[in-house]
Design a protein around this ligand. Structure first.
Ligand SMILES: Nc1ncnc2c1ncn2[C@@H]1O[C@H](COP(=O)(O)OP(=O)(O)OP(=O)(O)O)[C@@H](O)[C@H]1O
Ligand SMILES: [Mg+2]
Length: 245
């Protein structure tokens, strides 16, 4: 059984169709990267998975369970299984790091505070912020804040982590520390779908690279296949452009 199975997924904003027949499987422990030009539907795909944007067709199964995006309880189930981190990390400014990481498990999942805090300490250690538990977001660099956002997502104990351009808003010297955190998660066996423009990183970390264009998957394969031997003109043009600078 696949960890995640997406079949013929479609979505639209009004009349504007932005995802068409997207089919993709992700196995446990795999890292899949989505690449493609701006507006090709990468973020929309992730948003549909977690129930932020409704699909217009197709199915999503997580560990064999079908998610019904018309049902609030089923969407809640998908959010129990998947956590998403955005480019804009949106931490609560009035809460310290520990508060930011533990609030959802304590308030929404009604879990035991002590247990959640102990886990949060481990998570913050994993993202390299063990010494920042009591810091407030405005006392942290962008890279540190983004790592808090990743720890906050992990505190929900997701089976699948979705990362949407988590390094794009960061100064170049802060990118490395966030990429190192993601590398570590991958080597710990976290299943992830990553949207990133850091092509060197994508190449190194991905089990599979999926290229999207105009709401469709146009190529998929091992990083070396996609980057070195793209079969479509569109992919050749895209990689030609982005790998040059
Ligand atoms: N909230 C929205 N309302 C209407 N149209 C939207 C909305 N969000 C995205 N779109 C449209 O959906 C299409 C896909 O957008 P999406 O954000 O998924 O692209 P993307 O591949 O993530 O692009 P980028 O690399 O720039 O982040 C685009 O044509 C975009 O204009
Ligand atoms: Mg996007």
């Amino acid at each position: 059984m696949h960890h995640l199975k997406i079949t013929n997924l479609s979505s639209a904003y009004g009349k504007n169709v932005v995802l068409t027949d997207v089919s993709l499987t992700v196995d446990k422990g795999q890292v899949i990267s989505l690449v493609g030009p701006s507006g090709s539907g990468k973020s929309t795909l992730l948003r549909v998975l977690v129930g932020l944007t409704p699909p217009t067709g197709g199915t999503v199964e997580i560990q064999g369970e079908l998610i019904n995006y018309n049902s609030k309880s089923s969407i809640k189930l998908s959010r129990d299984r998947m956590a998403i981190v955005f480019q804009q990390y949106n931490l609560f400014q009035n809460m310290d790091v520990m508060g930011n990481v533990t609030i959802a498990p304590i308030k929404i999942k009604k879990r035991d505070r002590k247990e959640v805090e102990a886990e949060a300490e481990d998570l913050l250690e994993r993202v390299g912020l063990a010494d920042k538990l009591t810091a407030y977001p405005d006392q942290l660099s962008g890279g540190q804040q983004q790592r808090v956002a990743i720890a906050r997502a992990l505190a929900l104990q997701p089976d699948l982590l979705l990362l949407d351009e988590v390094t794009s808003a960061l100064d170049p010297e802060l990118v490395t520390e966030v990429l190192d955190t993601i590398r570590r998660l991958a080597s710990d066996g976290m299943t992830m779908i990553i949207v990133s423009h850091e092509m060197g990183f994508v190449r190194e970390i991905s089990d599979q690279v999926v290229m999207m264009d105009e709401g469709r998957i146009i190529e998929r394969g091992l990083p070396a296949e996609i980057f070195d031997k793209p079969t479509t003109d569109r992919a050749r043009e895209f990689f030609g452009k982005i790998l040059r600078h």
